[in-house]
Design a protein around this ligand. Sequence first.
Ligand SMILES: [Zn+2]
Length: 145
Amino acid sequence: MLPFDRYEGGGRKLLGRPPGGDGTCRRGYGVPVFKQCGLTCVYCGRFLGAPYEAWLDISIDHVIPRSAIEQLGVPREWVEDVANLVTCCRACNEFLNQYRVNPPAPQNLAQFFDLRDQVFRDKRELARRRHAEERMWYEKNVKNG
Ligand SMILES: [Zn+2]
């Protein structure tokens, strides 16, 4: 089960690049993503729709990262399309922000979506491990102060 399964077109068609809006994900470019993907972090499962403080932690992740545009020559229209965007929390976004995709670059949309699914699974596992590490550190150093 992937978040893209519920996207319009089963997550296998381009949905257009989100409008910038006011420049924030919450009221701008995130709006069409939340519509497809919902308000729960796809990586850790945290619900971000309420309360207000959780909503402030809502964020958007490019599953195939933007670095793939420069480094692999993946078309910008694909990478920045809603079909490559997911709802996530700020913590997961931070944990994953160094993620890089290795060559070969996808040569067509079908390969692009296959790669996106593979990268998504990989990132979800990475986020799970990073949370486990962070939680251990937190429990040792902060919680029991
Ligand atoms: Zn998360």
